[in-house]
Design a binder for this molecule. Structure first.
Ligand SMILES: C[C@H](O)CC(=O)SCCNC(=O)CCNC(=O)[C@H](O)C(C)(C)COP(=O)(O)OP(=O)(O)OC[C@H]1O[C@@H](n2cnc3c(N)ncnc32)[C@H](O)[C@@H]1OP(=O)(O)O
Length: 720
């Protein structure tokens, strides 16, 4: 097999060996790179003409960390791994940090995970101000495994070290310098030169020769350290009660503080190995690659098309979504023209954008000055005059979309992409009165649009691949994760979301408690249960969406009357302070005993007698009852070719519905339980509760053949 990357060494006349990590695109540390690093080191240490060593990464990136592609091989038992502790102790600690010749890391671009750990094993670090330094391993379900749990707290202090590791939060060079993580900041073109000089100065004992593993000046006293660790444990459990690895990480850090850094290194190495094989790690690695795979769309991104440059965006409608989209765009430096129908609406739209930016200023995410510069990218207009030179026009939920598209066709340049933000509307209808159907595309943002990370890009049969490529590029620039889907009622995310609420409503009619369902879902890892979400979104939207589904899929909609009954009583969710929960002045939700009267009415209307046995169900069953219909619908979405691949639905469920990422997304989770198990349960429920649960043909077939739900189907009738 071809080598996966290498480290290259060049010895200069100054006596410095420059070792460069070369493994595009992010110079990840594959086993090949690490072994080659070791070879180079041994050579540098044995050569008389080498006085000091500088490590850097090729093409302006130090290293993106351990090679994540190798995780899968290890988990599947296919890749042989070096023995435990070989990299972190033998190589980085004993060979590199313990060497008789000093090493300096020259950091530009990124030093993440194992990359930063290599740098921390060096005796000094020089960085550019824009470099990103961090230990994001927890995001992947593991802990730093090359000494990071020991060295980072010793370099930046325990509190900051814990924050960076537990939140997987990198810092920029500037902050790293203030924290003492790097020793000097220099411009990019002076980086290697300064590092060489620094390394020679260390060798000549004119600059400190620091082994970070044994630094203690930044560490708190044992008593204080224990308090800090106790607080960190409580926080970690509060944030994600189902996750073990943050707690393991804190234990490993504690071991180093209590029993010394070498004991800490050993505990780290063993824990890393165990966590690597955990379900959480497997799920999170899957999510890492699935997220990157969403922008690889067969038949679109493999045609060699380059995204066209979008220099200006026009937005029609400055309501909640329009203003959110405008905010997202100007935050990424796109000039935006916002059109409204009258002065009042326009002012309200611009004020919303201002409020969105001000909220960032208040949270310390943006300076007032930057806020004003960003806002200057927004222009409000009342006519189409300035639309002549826009490259992308986004239409918010305005009535008369057809007319608007016909108008736009006349005003905009013939190459302008015409995008509509919609959650349900049929795109074919929207473009009916134009000759521009090839440049009409859906851009479904999730509210609040400047915060939520997902962007559904909806393609009709006529949308050109170029237009999709253009929108994928804009999506990436405004830091959204895009998924490309076909045109249908609800597209991918809402198609999956609908059965989630439906199933919950059905089981309330049959005797389950609203709050018990919500609790089971949040314990499973959802940020909110289906009823709390309905309160947040407002019943108006939920009831209207329900009607659309009823029209489109009458055979599998459960007609619960509960929400309509509550709407009749002006009880429509959080906005009215009363929904499934009641809300106090601070919008804190609490269960409302009054709810029972609506539930009883709903049960009467449905003609069902509640079954008290349902209240005895364990949380696991409730979760399955709520989510298996979602799996069933996800299977239909795949089968119909609305989504191209199962992993896109994993990302859609995580980013659009809040499905816990550490379960890998809806399809990945379903496969962990097995198609047959899901099929059997749905079949049993469909006998008891009706066709809402009836397993679809895709699920039935895969269950019968024992094929995983996410395995690609050769014969998928792609609608894209
Ligand atoms: C023992 C150690 O402690 C354990 C570890 O080090 S675990 C690894 C820790 N490192 C990380 O978690 C960093 C993960 N990577 C990232 O966050 C981001 O990729 C990044 C910030 C490095 C770059 O982001 P960005 O420029 O947006 O590019 P992005 O699309 O994400 O990545 C570019 C490519 O590099 C790949 N890549 C990124 N990091 C990688 C890694 N550590 N290993 C292998 N491949 C990696 C991506 O899969 C992608 O491949 P593709 O082009 O085939 O899809």
């Amino acid at each position: 097999m071809a080598n996966k990357g290498r480290a290259e060494m060049e010895v200069g006349a100054d006596g410095v060996a420059l070792i460069t990590i070369v493994n595009p695109p992010v110079n990840s540390l594959s086993i090949d790179v690490l072994l080659s690093l070791k070879d180079n080191y041994e050579q540098a240490l044995s050569r008389d003409d080498v006085k000091a060593i500088v490590i850097t990464g090729a093409k302006g990136k130090f290293s993106g960390g351990f090679d994540i592609t190798a995780f899968g091989g290890v988990q599947g038992g296919k890749t042989e791994q070096p023995k435990i502790g070989y990299i972190s102790i033998d190589l980085l600690t004993d060979t590199l940090e313990g060497a008789r010749k000093p090493s300096v890391a020259a950091i530009d671009g990124l030093a993440l995970g194992g990359g930063l750990e290599v740098a921390m094993a060096c005796h000094a670090r020089i960085s550019t101000s824009t470099a990103q330094l961090g230990l994001p391993e927890l995001q992947l379900g593991v802990i730093p495994g090359f000494g990071g749990t020991q060295r980072l707290p010793r370099l930046v202090g325990l509190t900051k070290g814990l924050e960076m590791i537990l939140l997987s939060k990198p810092v920029k060079g500037e902050e790293a310098y203030k924290l003492g993580l790097v020793d000097a900041l220099v411009p990019r073109d002076e980086l290697v030169k300064t590092a060489r000089f620094w390394a020679l100065e260390v060798a000549a004992c004119r600059k400190p020769w620091i082994r970070s593993l044994y630094k203690t000046d930044k560490l708190e006293s044992l008593g204080d350290a224990r308090e800090i660790l106790k607080f960190a444990r409580a926080q970690a459990q509060k944030q994600a009660a189902n996750l073990q690895h943050p707690l393991v990480c804190i234990d490993v850090i504690e071991e180093g503080i209590v029993s010394g850094p070498r004991a800490g290194l050993w505990k780290e190495a063993h824990s890393f190995q165990t966590l690597l094989l955990s379900e959480t790690c497997k799920s999170l690695i899957h999510v890492f690659f699935a997220q990157r795979a969403t922008s690889k769309v067969p038949g679109i991104t493999d045609l060699g098309l380059m995204p066209r440059k979008i220099t200006k965006v026009g937005i029609l409608g400055g309501g909640l979504m329009g203003s959110g989209i405008a905010t997202a765009l100007i935050l990424s430096n796109y000039p935006v023209i916002l059109k409204e129908v009258n002065e009042n609406f326009l002012k309200a739209g611009i004020d919303r954008v201002k409020a969105n930016l001000q909220s960032r200023v208040r949270k310390g995410k943006m300076t007032q000055d930057k806020c004003e510069r960003t806002l200057s990218l927004l222009t409000g207009v009342l006519d189409y005059e300035s639309f002549k030179d826009v490259d992308l026009a986004v239409i918010e939920n305005v009535s008369l979309k057809q007319q608007i598209f016909a108008d736009l066709e006349k005003c905009c340049s013939p190459s302008c992409v015409l995008a509509t933000n919609t959650s349900t509307i049929d795109l074919n209808l929207v473009g009916e009165k134009t000759n521009s159907r090839d440049r009409i595309v859906g851009a479904h943002f999730f509210s609040p649009a400047h915060v939520m990370p997902l962007l559904e890009i909806i393609q009709t049969r006529e949308t050109s691949p170029q237009v999709v490529v253009d929108l994928l590029d804009v999506g990436k620039k405004i830091r959204k994760t895009p998924i490309v889907v076909g045109n249908c009622t609800g597209f991918a995310v809402n198609r999956m979301f609908f059965p989630y609420t439906q199933s919950a409503l059905l089981f309330v009619d049959y005797g389950l408690d609203v709050y018990k369902i919500d609790r089971a879902c949040t314990k499973f890892g959802m940020p909110m249960g289906p009823f709390r979400v309905a309160d947040l979104v407002g019943f108006g939207v939920a009831v209207a969406t329900g009607m659309q589904y009823l029209q489109r899929f009458p055979e599998r909609v459960y007609k619960s009357m509960l929400m309509s009954i509550m709407v009749d009583d002006k009880r429509t969710g959080e906005a009215t302070r009363k929904g499934f929960y009641k809300y106090d002045d601070k919008r804190k939700a609490s269960p409302d005993p009054e709810l029972m009267k609506y539930i009883e009415k709903s049960r009467n209307m449905a003609g069902v007698t509640p079954n008290p046995e349902l209240m005895k169900l364990p949380d696991k069953d409730i979760v399955e009852m709520v989510f298996f219909p979602v799996v069933n619908e996800a299977c239909r979405v795949l089968d119909e070719g609305i989504a191209v691949k199962a992993s896109d639905l994993d990302i859609a469920s995580i980013m659009g519905m809040g499905f816990p990422p550490y379960r890998g997304g809806i399809m990945f989770w379903a496969d962990s339980l097995g198609a047959n198990y899901i099929f059997e349960r749905l079949k049993a429920w469909s006998k008891m509760y009706g066709d809402f649960f009836k397993p679809c043909s895709y699920l039935t077939e895969r269950a019968a053949k024992g094929i995983p739900l996410s395995a690609p189907a050769n014969q998928t009738r792609a609608r894209l």
